[in-house]
Design a protein around this ligand. Structure first.
Ligand code: IYR
Length: 222
């Protein structure tokens, strides 16, 4: 069994409490301007921003630090087109057959439908895969733990980083998403987790008039 190796933890910033409160407040203000956007501009985004944000995502905590994720960044228009066609096919099934009335009712305030032009218009799609197992550097295959939790945390950090950098995104989940393995040539141990659409909002973009729950509604202190 490998013995743990420790190094001093000197990266913690020791902030004054008043600064911490201000920073927490300011960060909340910043994050509360994030909205899921469904109308994107085709304006190009520097790849370096995406790379930085992906490295933030890659710094997320994960089960046994096995980092069970893979991000495929798609900017090629032919690949984006293939993804749009496959996603719209699944969405057509969803909206015309698969979705039970209750689900349709829950979605009604968002005004979504089977048409997903943003999959071709936005400069980047990021397909996020969850790895049930991983290849170690020595070639061994190991099982991953808490995969959904780990990939969810990493995805949340990615969305936060993209927003902080000044980009908009949409968490898109065509279901089922197996077509992503085929189109992106990913192995079967990788489960498509989510498709993030990334770019700038179109100048004419609108968002649904919906709100978030208050602190009282989402938290209790005991
Ligand atoms: N995947 C479909 C439906 C959809 C489902 C939920 I839950 C949403 O919050 C939004 C949409 C689509 O993308 O249209």
């Amino acid at each position: 069994m490998t013995q743990p190796q420790y190094i001093p933890f000197d990266a913690h910033q020791n902030l004054a409490e008043e600064d911490m409160i201000r920073r927490a407040f300011e960060f909340r203000q910043e994050m509360q301007t994030r909205r899921s956007v469904r109308q994107f501009s085709d304006r190009a985004v520097p790849r370096e921003i995406i790379e930085e944000c992906l490295q933030t995502a890659g710094s997320a905590p994960s089960g046994a630090n096995l980092q069970p994720w893979h991000f495929v960044v798609i900017s090629d228009s032919a690949v984006k087109r293939q993804i749009r066609l496959a996603a719209e096919q699944e969405e057509h099934e969803f909206y015309t057959r698969r979705a039970p009335p209750e689900w349709m009712a829950a979605l009604a305030p968002l005004g979504t439908d089977e048409h997903k032009p943003f999959l071709e218009i936005a400069p980047y799609l990021i397909a996020i895969f969850a790895l049930n197992n991983s290849q170690l550097e020595d070639g061994r295959t190991v099982k991953n733990y808490y995969v959904s939790e780990s990939v969810g945390i990493s995805t949340g950090m990615l969305i936060t980083a993209l927003h902080h950098a000044g980009l908009a995104c949409l968490t898109h989940t065509p279901s089922p998403m197996k077509f992503l393995n085929r189109i992106l040539n990913r192995p079967p141990n990788e489960r498509p987790y989510l498709l993030l659409v990334v770019g700038y909002p179109a100048p004419e973009a609108v968002v649904p008039d919906i709100s978030k729950k208050s602190l009282d509604q989402i938290a209790s202190f005991v």
